[in-house]
Design a protein around this ligand. Structure first.
Ligand code: 5AD
Ligand code: SF4
Length: 471
């Protein structure tokens, strides 16, 4: 899905509210997959807190264990299934323990999870989180509980997410849900349903509140943020003449105006909908970050057609040219799938040449994993042997590593404004933050603190990190 994983797919992070004075039932919440799942977990925590729950990091003391799951690739599901099996022992010792599955696997695997494998008591799809208190009560009454209904309206706009275990500086803000694109390899339209946008006023209010609470960066989340629209029909007509219309470029500006010290990022864009208007809005505001994640998936137009991506190689390169023209300092990253159905060596080489031509600063690369129900599963044979898929993947990873290192070497000698996110993992004497281009920058701590902006002159790098000193 283009709901990119801001920093690749995350593996099972336990989410806990930093401080709480409640003494209620204990919720252990673990999230897998994309940023949208992490953002959804904050909504779930908010809904359950109102029902008397507090979050805990200690699995053993939990009354309810909820796993927010990802279905994007087969491996993501296997990881979650193994994790669910690991709760069996705890459930034997504590029969009143409730184990639940949230997110994308809920819709896809409800029968398997509840009946065949008897791994869980409650299964709740991405649009049914408001029903969680009711479903948990049902389980406590001795029944299994399921709600995987998808909605055309639900955006959780009125729910104030509870920030769980984050750094207190950067936050995700969901601006839309679902996806209507039907890329042929992707399971998301089936697990997350139809696309719908959230009221811009509630988005701006949430960002304002985050700023007042010390946050200095928001990432606006959606599967395809470029198709965000409020009070505009799919065909482009105004729905209610008394309400202003808002498209994504306008939303970006509204959010950027909250405060010049509030940085704005977004994820993910779809090349077919990436217009110059968004790039122009980005160029007008210093605080809209110079970073775009623009998933290409393949560099060959015939494969792109089979993927149902709605653009050609030439269209994509034209969008890249527009970014480079309007935002010359912008870093660009992408998603690529190797070994899609029928991909020839020549078609793979088109992906290789596209990567070299664009010179991405970063790429998230995957080999194709067939997903049940998708268009590709129904229409095309998954005929590229796994070893070839993986060989092609290794080839592009190697090329990308070199490009990332080259890009970072070019940063040496330059000075960047860095938002400090915390203490470096490697040393207490160092801090880490990111520049506008989304590169991680490490530097000596001095008197600086999390949440501050500092200017850092870069003097060294690896392919993934910049090192420098505050100037
Ligand atoms: N197999 C491999 N990769 C996939 N992605 C989505 N579906 C699949 C799949 N079936 C990748 C795409 C998407 C990213 C989030 O995950 O590159 O942009
Ligand atoms: Fe992204 Fe396409 Fe999947 Fe939608 S269908 S989430 S645009 S990959």
């Amino acid at each position: 899905m283009d709901n990119k994983e801001i920093d690749e797919t995350r593996q099972g992070e336990v989410l806990e509210r930093k401080s709480s004075s409640h003494t209620g039932k204990k919720l252990f919440l673990e999230s897998y997959g994309c940023a949208m799942n992490f953002s959804d977990s904050e909504i779930v925590a908010s809904i359950l807190e109102k029902d008397g729950f507090i979050t805990t990091r200690n699995q053993e003391e939990a009354d309810v264990i909820l796993i927010n799951t990802c279905s994007i690739r087969d491996k993501a599901e296997t990881t979650v299934l193994n994790r669910l099996k690991s709760f069996k022992k705890q459930k034997k010792q504590n029969p009143s323990l409730v184990v639940g599955v949230l997110g994308c696997m809920a819709e896809r695997m409800k029968e398997t999870l509840l009946e065949q494998q008897k791994l869980v008591d409650v299964v709740v799809g991405p649009d049914a989180y408001r029903d969680l208190p009711n479903l948990i009560t049902k389980v406590n009454g001795g029944q299994k509980a399921v709600n995987v209904l998808l909605s055309r309206e639900e955006t959780y706009a009125d729910i104030s997410p509870i920030k769980l275990g984050g750094n207190g500086v950067t936050a995700f803000v969901s601006i839309m849900r679902g996806c209507d694109n039907m890329c042929s390899f992707c399971v998301v339209p089936f697990t997350r349903g139809r696309e719908r946008s959230r009221n811009p006023l509630s988005i701006v209010a949430e960002v304002r509140e985050l700023f007042e609470n010390g946050y200095r960066e928001v990432t606006l989340l959606g599967q395809n943020v470029n198709s965000y629209r409020w009070n505009i029909s799919k065909k482009g007509e105004i729905l209610d003449a008394n309400i202003p219309t808002t498209n994504f470029a306008q939303l970006l500006e509204l959010v950027a105006q909250v405060n010049p010290d509030m940085r704005v990022r977004y994820s993910t864009s779809h090349p077919k909908d990436m217009g110059d208007d968004v790039l122009i809005s980005m160029s007008k505001y210093e605080n809209i970050c110079d970073y775009i994640h623009l998933p290409v998936q393949s560099g060959n137009s015939d494969i792109l057609k089979k993927m149902n991506r709605g653009y050609t190689r030439e269209w994509y390169l034209n969008r890249i040219a527009a970014i480079k023209r309007i935002l010359p300092d912008c870093f660009i990253s992408t998603d690529i799938i190797t070994g899609f159905c029928g991909e020839t060596e020549q078609q793979h080489q088109d992906t290789v040449s596209l990567i070299k031509e664009v010179k991405y600063e970063y790429s998230y690369m995957f080999f194709y994993s067939e997903r049940p129900k998708t268009l590709a599963e129904r229409k095309y044979e998954d005929d590229i042997p796994e070893d070839i898929k993986k060989q092609r993947l290794s080839e592009i990873i190697e090329i990308q590593n070199k490009l990332s290192l080259d890009a970072y070497k070019k940063c040496i000698g330059k000075t960047y404004r860095v938002l400090i996110e915390g203490i470096s993992k490697k040393s207490d004497a160092e801090l880490y933050g990111r520049n506008s281009q989304n590169s991680v920058v490490i530097f000596e701590k001095g008197d600086h603190k999390k949440g501050e902006y500092v200017n850092v002159k870069i003097n060294d790098c690896t392919k993934a990190t910049l090192f420098g000193e505050v100037v």
